[in-house]
Design a protein around this ligand. Structure first.
Ligand code: NAP
Length: 323
């Protein structure tokens, strides 16, 4: 595409939402480019096993993301491997500025930037990250073969990742701040049945301690009576939810108290032509299938929007040109 041309659609983020949006946009003949700073697939690359994406009884996150990417590329999708620095909304078109200085003009932009693991924010967590503190069992579990680890959290991620770690570690303690897990029943049952896993109920970590350059132990607090105790441990895996990657969301787009973007049911934000999908937007559940569905919805809505803009520009003989 020649410099100065306007894309119909720029998709920011190459996870399941962004790639699904690309499939629908290409099929709708939108001039589309997808920008991803890392490898396609996003967070699902970190999943050892996905068992609830329809059509796949069991598939690794890496394979599923590869299939998403291949599907989008089959339509000749243009991709740019670069970080997006800024999105500047405009009246005639929106501008997407890349970290390398290039700018792209687009009628519509779909933000599919996902989220990042939430931190415990306790002493020791930051300094021991990569030295026993981890947010990815698939990436780091290998280093804890035959060792004792703690998994923090009571949701699907904590249970799933704990079960994965139980295949490698000698013992996995699931530290949860309440007396009931939030995870789906099927995962709860698997945790209960896994003899290498033990749940420490009503417990939080208040400090992660160093020994010999890595994690040596933690300080635990009982949330019912406030009593504290030390516990030796080799690794701490944190799965307590995640925060939206909303740094690129332009001012003027509403977010909830946790920073998730508020959209209508077509994933449209308050700025015409800008959409937010998947884990970036406020919603009841966060699932791969929902991110994919958002991608579909936003791309179809964007196609309608772009068509309307072009028709209006043709009627008024006013063809928008990028700045
Ligand atoms: P989540 O469902 O939000 O669970 C986070 C867990 O961490 C909760 O148990 C929460 O405790 C706990 N927590 C939050 N902040 C904490 C803190 N500061 N200290 C200690 N504990 C804290 O997050 P998730 O497990 O990452 O799942 C996110 C979404 O992805 C969910 O919709 C989930 O269903 C989905 N997911 C699905 C699958 C699957 O279907 N296979 C796999 C992974 C994730 P409380 O319970 O007390 O709030």
């Amino acid at each position: 595409m020649a410099t100065g041309d306007i894309y119909d659609l720029v998709i920011v983020g190459g996870g399941p939402g962004g790639l699904s949006a690309a499939v629908y946009a290409m099929r709708a003949a939108l001039k589309t480019v997808l920008i991803e700073k890392a490898v396609p697939g996003g967070q699902i690359n970190l999943s050892d096993s996905v068992e609830n994406y329809p059509g796949f009884t069991h598939v690794s996150g890496a394979e599923l993301s590869m299939r998403f990417a291949e599907h989008a590329r089959a339509y000749g999708l243009e991709q740019i491997n670069e970080e997006v620095a800024e999105i500047l909304p405009g009246l005639t078109h929106h501008t997407v500025r890349l970290a390398d200085g290039r700018t792209l003009a687009a009628h519509a932009v779909i933000l599919a930037t996902g989220g990042s693991p939430r931190k415990l924010k306790v002493p020791g967590e930051e300094t021991l990250y990569g030295k026993g503190v981890s947010y990815c069992a698939v990436c780091d579990g290998f280093f804890f073969r035959g060792k004792q680890v703690i998994v923090v959290g009571g949701g699907d991620s904590a249970c799933e990742e704990g079960l994965y770690l139980a295949k490698l570690a000698e013992k996995v303690y699931l530290v949860h701040r309440r007396d009931a897990l939030r995870a789906s029943r099927i995962l709860q049952q698997r945790v209960e049945a896994e003899c290498k896993m033990e749940v420490l109920w009503n417990t939080v970590i208040t400090e992660i301690n160093e020994a010999n350059g890595g994690v040596g132990g933690v300080r635990l607090r009982d949330t019912r009576n406030g009593q504290e105790r030390e516990m030796p441990i080799d690794g701490v895996f944190v799965f307590i939810g995640f925060d939206p990657n909303n740094q690129l969301v332009p001012a003027g787009i509403r977010r909830n108290a946790d920073g998730f973007v508020l959209t209508d049911d077509q994933c449209a934000t308050a700025i015409p032509g800008i959409y937010a999908i998947g884990d970036l937007r406020e919603r009841y559940a966060r699932q791969i299938v929902l991110a994919a569905a958002d991608g579909c919805m936003a791309a179809l809505s964007a196609a309608h929007y772009v068509e309307g803009r072009k028709a209006a520009a043709a009627d008024s003989c006013e063809l928008p040109t990028p700045a």
